[in-house]
Every structure is written in C-alpha cells, then in structure tokens.
Design a protein around this ligand. Structure first.
Ligand code: PMP
Length: 465
C-alpha cells in the first residue's frame, strides 16, 4: 500500500499533464481551457485527505464526488475486491444463474433499506439507475393496463445523471441544450428553493407552494398520463438545496392522492449523507423506488441500482420478462466491495455516530463561522451537507449578477489553499466523508472561513471579516 504523503508518480507532473491533455477528454469540462493550465494530478488518498503529484496534502470536503462516505484507504474493501477477483471475477445474471456476492448484497440492502424495500435491480451508476427507473415505471403501468401513463415529472435544477434518460429527468438547461433533450414524456416543475424563489413567503408557506406545483402539473397533463414524480430528497449537484420542512409531506400527499409513483433519487442522500441511512427516512416519505449509487460502495468501485418497494416489485416480478439489464448488473466484484462497505457502515455505526456527534458539532461551527459573514447568506447544513451562497446584500437577499463565475473564483481560492469545495451557481458547497472527526471538522471550517475571507478581501470587503 502507498503510505500517506508518499508521492508516487512514475512521471513528473508536467509529463502527466501533457499526456492527459493529449489523450483524455474530461467529463463536464472545457477541454481547451483545462489543458491550457493542466489538470491537478491526484496520486493517492487516505482518510479524508488527497495527495497530488506535487506532494500537496488536500482536504477533500467533497468526498470525491459525493461518494467516498467511509473515507479513503480502507484495506477491507481492497481485500474484498482482490479475493472476489480470484474467486469469480465475473459472471452474468441474465440466464438462470446467480452468485454469492450479489445474493449477499441484495439481502443486506433489504436489511438497511426502509421497510418494504426487499428487491434491488443493479446498474453501474446513478445515471443508469435513473434510466432503469424510466423503463421500469412505464413497464409497471403497462402491466397494470395503463400504457399511456408514461410521463415522469421532475424538477428544474434537479440532477439525475448524464445519460440521455438521466439528463432528461434532470432540470439542467445547459445539459438539455446539448443533444436535443429532454426526451418526450418528461415534465419539469419548480425546485423548492426558498432563498431564490420564496419571495415574501415564509419557508413553510413556500414549501407548500412549491410542492403544489406538482399537483398543478398533474392536472395540466391529466393524471391518466402521469406515471411518477422523481426528486432528490436534498438537491445535491443543484447546490445543496435543502427544501423547507413542509415540502416533502405535501409531495407525499399529492402522490398518494393521485396514485402516482414517488421516486427518491438517493444517489447522494443514500448511505448516510443526511444523517439517516436514506434521505427519504430523514423526511419521512415513502417512495416506491429509490435510485442508489455513490455511497453504496463509497465510490471504491462503480455500482448503482434501483431499490424497489414490494408494491412495485410484486407487479414487475409477476409481469413476465423485463427486457432490460447491463452486462455488469450485479457484478460480483462490485457487489463484494459494496457489501463490505455496508458492513463497515453498520459495524462501526458510522452514520449513527456522525449524526449524534460530529454533524451537530460541525453544523454549529459552520453557522458560527458564516452566519454573520458579510459576503454570504443562506448558510445551510444537514447531516454532512454544508453550503452557503455568495450574496451582494443580505438584507434584501440580493444575489450577484455574475454569481456563478464569482463562485468559481472562490472555488479556485479554496483549491489553492488545499481545500476541495465545489461551486454550484452562486453557492459554495461541501459534503465531506462521514468519518470526519471533530478535529477535522474544525480544520474544515477554519479553512473554508480563511478562503471566503481571502475572497472577500479580494472583492474589497473589509468590514465584518
Ligand atoms: N442522481 C443524483 C442525485 C446524482 O447526484 C448523480 C451524480 N452526481 C446521479 C444521479 C448520476 O450518477 P452517476 O454519475 O453515477 O451516473
């Protein structure tokens, strides 16, 4: 194993960057702009820290990409992968066969998932999970004799992945613009973002209003055409938008009243991010389907899936062939790693301990550091989600005209100071590994404050720092 602090490159940073620029197209990137500067080369990681090819130690307050929930460097996961590769590196589950790792993981998921979730369909990613859901819910309604019930209602600024289906469900216009999306049969309603859209309403009043946009949309489309509603319990990539507490109960009421399926995209919220095992539990909602990925394996290996509630599973499993699946659905190595990850979460009570101790402690530090800061507002946290918005004027909730480029500048200051936070719109967001200790939470908030202060000074703000 590579020890922390060890800088392992067989090549120099410049050599790595040149080869990367020559051959690698990065996701969600402006390749020419990126290559003009060169990518940072991350060589290894341990706990909550990353190390780059220049020997820097970096605080990873994004858990990779919202996924490394148990932290980096857990030998047990490497061992599980190694043993499984020797034992059975691959076999499919299409043609009347199964294998121990997929069986173990499926029964483990039934244990940790909310009541009634006893079945799982595997994918390699969250995007494929959501694509699976589109096909699954349409097939479900067809089996019930209502094939016209096809439309899925999702939300503006939601994120559900980058495949054609996932990006269509998502409400990111900059993604829709490329590739003629969304596909037919997807509708979007407003997101429950009080700070941006709440106007004079209280958060509680606004939460109800935002939820009732679903009811209006169902009536507009005709309930006989609506299959389901999908949402992330907390919008992650959209900027850690934590909905008002009135929002989800009203969504639940509407889904119940009109008899449409409720889908929770738990790709980020699942496996502890909110302080509960699933975001749905935090909000007390009862979805029919849940998309999972990321924290399922703590990002050590690609795996995702759809957790299917008994009510839907009964129809699907008695409905003949479901003509859907991936070569790597239920991949043995991925399943072995995910099962080991879940056992670590269980045995070490990582979610419970975080929820009881470090999450409330870190939330207090976060609010103490930023509530009165002149450059930020809408300071928010839940579980191990932390966010704030750069604002021009707190009193009037006035946001900067070029807020997103400002946040990108702020993010670059964080990176320069060896802190990984992310910029989304005009928000700065973080989601550290669930194993962050109290001392590390202090380090995180101190660093974040130092970076925001540095940016405030750059903007000429001197008062209140
Ligand atoms: N759903 C949500 C809520 C996500 O945050 C993401 C990824 N950020 C996805 C789906 C897509 O997952 P993947 O990138 O694994 O395809």
């Amino acid at each position: 194993p590579i020890s922390p602090g060890h800088s392992s490159p067989g090549r120099s940073t410049a050599q790595y960057q040149a080869l990367d620029a020559a051959h690698h197209i990065h996701p969600f990137s402006d390749t020419a702009a990126l290559n003009a500067h060169g990518s940072r080369v991350i060589t290894h990681a341990d706990g909550i820290y990353l190390y780059d090819s220049e020997g820097h130690k970096i605080f990873d307050a994004m858990s990779g990409l919202w996924c490394v929930n148990i932290g980096y460097g857990r030998q047990e996961l490497a061992e599980a992968a190694y043993q499984q590769m020797l034992q059975l590196p691959f076999y499919n589950t299409f043609f009347k066969t199964t294998h121990p790792p997929v069986i173990e993981l499926s029964s483990l998921l039934a244990q940790v998932a909310p009541e009634g979730f006893n079945h799982v369909f595997y994918t390699n990613s969250g995007s494929e999970g959501n694509d699976t859901i589109i096909r699954m819910v349409r097939h479900y309604w067809a089996l019930l004799g209502q094939p016209q019930k096809k439309t899925i209602i999702a939300r503006e600024n939601g994120y559900h992945g980058s495949t054609i289906g996932g990006a269509s469900l998502g409400g990111m216009h900059y993604m829709h613009e490329q590739g003629d999306l969304p596909i037919p049969g997807i509708a979007h309603i407003e997101q429950p973002y009080w700070y941006a859209n709440g106007g004079e309403l209280s958060p509680g009043e606004y939460g109800l209003k935002a939820a009732r946009a679903l009811e209006q949309k169902i009536l507009e489309l005709g309930v006989e055409n609506v299959a389901a509603f999908i949402g992330e319990p907390v919008q992650g990539a959209g900027g850690i938008i934590i909905p008002p507490s009135t929002y989800w109960p009203e969504i639940q009421r509407i889904c119940d009243q009109y008899g449409i399926l409720l889908i929770a995209d738990e790709v980020i919220c699942g496996f502890g991010r909110t302080g509960s095992w699933f975001g749905s539990q935090h909000y007390g909602i009862r979805p029919h389907l849940m998309t999972i990925a990321k924290g399922l394996s703590s990002g050590y290996i690609p795996i995702g899936g759809v957790l299917v509630h008994d009510t839907v599973a009964k129809v699907l499993t008695e409905g003949g062939d479901f003509n859907h699946g991936f070569t790597y659905s239920g991949h043995p190595v991925a399943c072995a790693v995910a099962a080991t990850n879940i056992r670590i979460l269980q045995n070490e009570r990582i979610i419970e301990r975080m929820n009881e101790d470090v999450a409330p402690y870190a939330a207090r530090l976060w609010h103490d550091a930023f509530d009165d800061h002149p450059l930020v507002d809408d300071v928010r946290s839940l579980g191990f989600f932390f966010a704030l918005t750069l604002v021009e004027d707190k009193a009037s909730r006035k946001r900067f005209e070029h807020g997103s480029s400002m946040a990108l500048r702020c993010r670059d200051i964080c990176l320069k100071n060896q802190l990984v936070m992310r910029a989304t719109g005009d928000s700065m967001i973080a989601a550290p590994p669930l194993v962050m200790t109290r001392a590390q939470a202090e380090e995180f908030v101190r660093l974040a404050r130092q970076c925001i202060d540095e940016y405030a000074r750059e903007l000429g703000i001197t008062q209140g720092l």
